[in-house]
Design a protein around this ligand. Structure first.
Ligand code: ADP
Length: 436
């Protein structure tokens, strides 16, 4: 309490006690007038407190406060200061909130704040355009009741939001949406939905262009290759033409392989998953078949191929696609390593939740800076060497897409001078175990 507060309180006491002291001295009843003074001072103070309480309860601004003297007056001034500070703070908060809302409305992506139960707390204008969620009428409704897409409902109910959900929203004009949910604060989620329809259309146009171009090239190439094969085997072909014909035949074969790989890639490139019901793939026998074929071609390279296989584990998916995964990985381990390298192909349960197909070699390995990029189309560590070995640079890209279409994951580890390991991990619900 400031000294002026005590001073003004002393003034108030003097207003009461001076007349009482004078009256006591005049009348000779000092004690009685002192008690009367005390009672008057107490009643005045109590009256002030009651008025103060009433004013507090009314919530009226400090400028309209009743007149007080002493400490009560000081209290009213302190409250007035607090009210002024609060009002400045509230003004700047309101400004901040309105700026934030304007910014959210200016975003091209839908932004919705949700409770963990899915109850909408707030949303921006783009949410209305993109998901038909109106900020005025739909607040406090459940998102799953307004955006009724089965894959979204499942995604939301799992509560696992590490990966975004790509969804073709048929209920809202067949839009391609990428939906991301990010937890924030103590119990809030922010949903961000992005319209991917335009880029999906461009992606589809590019995919179908590559597919059509490859189809168009396939037939003339088969004819050229046929003629070249006949020519190079012709007994009357002059010696000087033989080398040229042979080299043209090799290049035509490379081109054919390239066209086949491009066609395969554009077929599997769609993000759609291979249905689990499509086929039961006997992975073990495909590995044996691929290893046998590779063994025939490795007599020159003398690679030692060992297998470690759990025969009772099969995979549900597309047989041709899984065949191409195994064949690409095994042939890479032979193609890109030195003669004498040992290669191990294994297919086994990694734990209760997944099975792994691994191709491990003890070759020269791959430098760390290349590993991230190996699954990009046409990416090769050594382009010249890859071409020389008949590589197209599309093999690992095909492997990655096929594995993802089977809800699996491709993992690559390698160490220079030690070798490489390519592992495809498939989830339990994609597997069929013999004793089931
Ligand atoms: P390619 O047709 O060249 O084999 P891939 O996409 O299958 O194309 O492989 C991309 C590149 O990854 C290869 O060019 C090669 O440099 C590297 N690579 C793949 N497998 C291995 C391996 N087992 N050991 C070393 N390098 C490899």
């Amino acid at each position: 309490m400031s000294p002026s507060a005590w001073l003004s309180e002393l003034n108030r006491a003097l207003i009461v006690f001076i007349p009482c002291t004078v009256a006591g001295m005049v009348s000779g009843y000092m004690v009685m007038f002192f008690i009367i003074g005390l009672i008057a001072y107490g009643l005045w103070t109590a009256g002030q407190m009651i008025t103060l309480k009433k004013w507090f309860d009314s919530g009226a601004p400090a400028d309209n406060a009743p007149e007080f003297i002493g400490i009560a007056d000081q209290l009213v001034s302190a409250v007035a200061d607090l009210q002024r500070q609060n009002s400045t703070r509230q003004n700047s908060l309101e400004k901040l909130v309105s700026q934030f809302n304007e910014m959210a409305d200016a975003l091209p992506d839908a932004v919705i704040v949700l409770k963990p139960s899915g109850e909408i707390q707030s949303s921006n204008e783009a949410a209305d355009n993109l998901l038909h969620i109106n900020p005025d009428s739909d607040t406090h409704s459940r998102i799953t009741q307004l955006f009724r897409d089965p894959s979204f409902t499942e995604y939301f109910s799992t509560g696992k939001f590490d990966e975004p959900l790509e969804v073709q929203a048929t209920t809202i004009g067949d839009k391609e949406l990428s939906i991301r949910i990010i937890p924030f604060g103590e119990d809030r989620l922010v949903l961000i939905a992005q319209d991917m329809s335009h880029s999906a259309r461009i992606h589809e146009m590019r995919r179908s262009f590559i597919s059509n171009a490859s189809h168009e090239l396939r037939t003339p190439l088969t004819v050229i290759l046929g003629y070249l094969e006949t020519l190079s085997g012709h007994p009357k072909l002059p010696g000087e033409c033989k080398t040229a014909t042979h080299s043209a035949e090799l290049q035509a074969q490379r081109m054919k392989q390239l066209v086949e790989d491009l066609l395969a890639l554009s077929r599997i490139e769609s993000t759609a998953l291979v249905t689990k019901e499509s086929e039961v793939i006997p992975v073990a026998s495909i590995i044996m078949e691929v290893v046998k074929e590779a063994g025939l071609s490795t007599t020159i390279n003398q690679h030692g191929i060992q297998t470690q296989i759990e025969t009772g584990v099969s995979l549900k998916g597309d047989l041709q696609e899984i065949h191409s995964v195994i064949s690409n990985l095994v042939n890479n381990a032979i193609k890109h390593t030195e003669s004498g390298t040992s290669v191990q192909v294994s297919w086994k349960m990694a734990d209760q939740d997944s099975a792994e197909l691994s191709v491990t070699d003890t070759g020269q390995g791959i430098a760390p800076e290349h590993i991230e990029r190996l699954t990009e189309r046409f990416y090769r560590v050594d382009a010249g060497r890859s071409r020389e070995k008949g590589g197209t640079g599309l093999g690992l890209s095909i492997v990655k897409h096929v594995v993802e279409r089977h809800e699996g994951r491709l993992m690559i580890s390698s160490e220079l001078g030690q070798g490489s390991c390519f592992t495809c991990s498939f989830p339990a619900h994609r597997l069929l175990l013999e004793d089931q």
